[in-house]
Design a protein around this ligand. Structure first.
Ligand SMILES: Nc1ncnc2c1ncn2[C@@H]1O[C@H](COP(=O)(O)OP(=O)(O)OP(=O)(O)O)[C@@H](O)[C@H]1O
Length: 265
């Protein structure tokens, strides 16, 4: 992790202020976000949850610098987010790996582009390959890996590239239940080890309660933040615990009540 950022610690890692986003396609406009305010502190694990189309991905893409805002501001440690940067690494559901590169080459890709000396690059790639438990597969190509292994490579690749804020867009959505649970646990271990800040988009309430410090509930039409719930649950979390299920039920109620309110309106 870069030392520069620790000097900026009092500032929020990500600060979204009054952000609206309007898309225009073929003369039609869609308001994807309206007046969204959200502060994410260094080292926090925050999940964004909400019905399809409520603007979760748009908000994440604004944090990544892939989209601009129509109004309002998006800052990282007080500096405007004005484009993509390795400091904000994005992990997608479909992995986005380079099929012609091996596991360790994929993981070292960003640093190789930045001309890190060869010996350092080898060391760094080996370190992150090991962090995600893929040392034995370092010379495999993505086509020879399972979905869960590919997603580990994707996570290691952004971390190896000096990522400060890990932005994850339904990263485990395409995985079977067992692999998903294992990757959730692995991600939590990596988060605890690296202290990286995580913003994680999901549709799954259980996943949000298992992972996050805060669950931010969004609603559609146009997309906005409806609830920002701090989870006071000890880690490691137990999905069979009463408190876990109370929170899960509350969040499910927030989600369903907003959908029903819209249907009734
Ligand atoms: N590039 C774009 N051009 C036009 N409209 C867009 C674009 N990206 C998103 N939208 C619209 O903005 C709204 C929010 O989309 P977004 O993908 O952010 O929602 P989401 O909550 O992530 O949905 P899902 O859970 O289905 O992925 C939707 O109405 C969508 O059609």
């Amino acid at each position: 992790m870069s030392d520069t950022y620790s000097e900026r610690r009092p500032l929020p890692a990500i600060d979204i202020k009054g952000v609206s986003k309007v898309f225009s396609i073929g003369g039609q406009t869609v308001q994807a976000l309206r007046e969204v305010n959200l502060t994410i502190n260094k080292g926090e694990f925050v999940c964004l949850i909400g019905a399809s189309g409520c603007g979760k991905s748009t908000l994440l893409r604004i944090m990544a610098g892939f989209e601009t805002t129509s109004s309002g501001s998006a800052n990282m440690y007080g500096m405007p987010i004005d484009g993509p940067s390795p400091e904000r690494g994005m992990v997608f559901q479909d992995y986005g790996l380079f099929p012609w590169l091996t596991v360790k080459e994929n993981i070292g890709f960003g640093q190789r582009q930045r001309n890190l000396p060869k010996a350092k690059l080898e060391e760094l790639s080996a370190y992150y390959t090991d962090m995600v438990g893929l040392t034995k597969f370092a010379n495999y190509y993505p086509g020879q890996l399972s979905g869960g292994m590919k997603q580990r490579v994707a996570i290691a690749r952004v971390l190896a590239n000096d990522c400060e804020v890990l932005l994850m867009d339904e990263p485990f959505g395409a995985l079977d239940a067992l692999t998903r649970e294992k990757l959730q646990q692995d991600l939590l271990e990596i988060w605890e080890r690296t202290k990286v800040t995580v913003v994680f988009v999901t549709h799954a309430v259980e996943e949000a309660v298992m992972l996050s410090d805060r669950v931010v509930v969004m609603t559609a039409g146009p997309g906005r933040i409806e609830e920002d719930i701090k989870l006071d649950l000890a880690r490691p979390r137990d999905i069979t615990a009463v408190e876990f299920n109370e929170i899960r039920r509350d969040i499910t109620q927030y989600l369903t009540s907003h959908v029903s309110a819209k249907v009734a309106a």
